[in-house]
Design a protein. Sequence first.
Length: 324
Amino acid sequence: MANISDEKKEYARRLNGLFDKYSKVIFVGVDNVQSQQMHNVRKGLRGKAEILMGKKTMQKRIVSLRAESTNSAADKAIQKKFVEENLLSKNVGLVFTNDDITSIQGVIDKYRVQAPARVGAVAPCDVTIPAGNTGMEPTATSFFQALNIATKISKGTVEIITDKKVLSQGEKVDNSVAALLQKLNISPFFYSLEVVGCWDRGVYFSVEDLKTSDADIEAAFAAGVANVTALSLGAGVPTEASFPHLLTDAFKNLLALSIATEYEFTEFNGASLRKSCKEGVAAAAAAPAPAAGKAPAGKAAAPPPKPKEPEPEEEDDVGLGGLF
């Protein structure tokens, strides 16, 4: 059996210790992240989380050996997700924490660094050169012509006529674009640790899942409860969701019955409400009726009815017509 170096033993001890200490593992992409930037992130996360980098083959081996030795359901779930589904791949680091993921994300975003577009780099976003005066001499028009950017000479300097997109997300930066952006002093890219997923006590959340806020979850839950309540009330099947509405409706019926019959019960003393209802009815009865031809307030008066024309009287005819 090959000897295992002390360095690898120490790394395995540290990784196993992190799994024992923390309940969450955040996967972060570290492409284009510089060493000083990583140092600043580690410093910002001190006391909240720990970052572990390393070879993915060694990490997979340690996770597999851990699942075999402990034989626990939690470690077997980690081994299945991390190793069999190949989460430990590419240039990804592991952030171990017990804190809320949002707070960790906030610390990571705090150390986002602006960087220029280097030749061969893959653009993480679209890059557009804005219209306006560049301050460059007319001899620099060749850079703009190579990228089909419309320009004109204004007061002895090159002016870009309209906005021009020179890079799309996912494209590689070529020499012309890199040189032009450098001359214009434009640093279009921002680099930081990018969260790509999170393992939280046996459940893996993708980056799309992590974008869901508590307000979104609350709204979806409230909509589901409303649907269950409506279905329960419509079908006439009492449920925990519809019970408060059924109870409220029943109490309203009791109140109406109490007012109509002057029967009072312990939960409701209808004397004051009954008095208010009677006063309202009396006031409505005492209100003068609207005068003829006058409409109530807020309504247009109806035109007076047209008088009926007298119908022609029929002459009595007893069959003697023509005799006189």
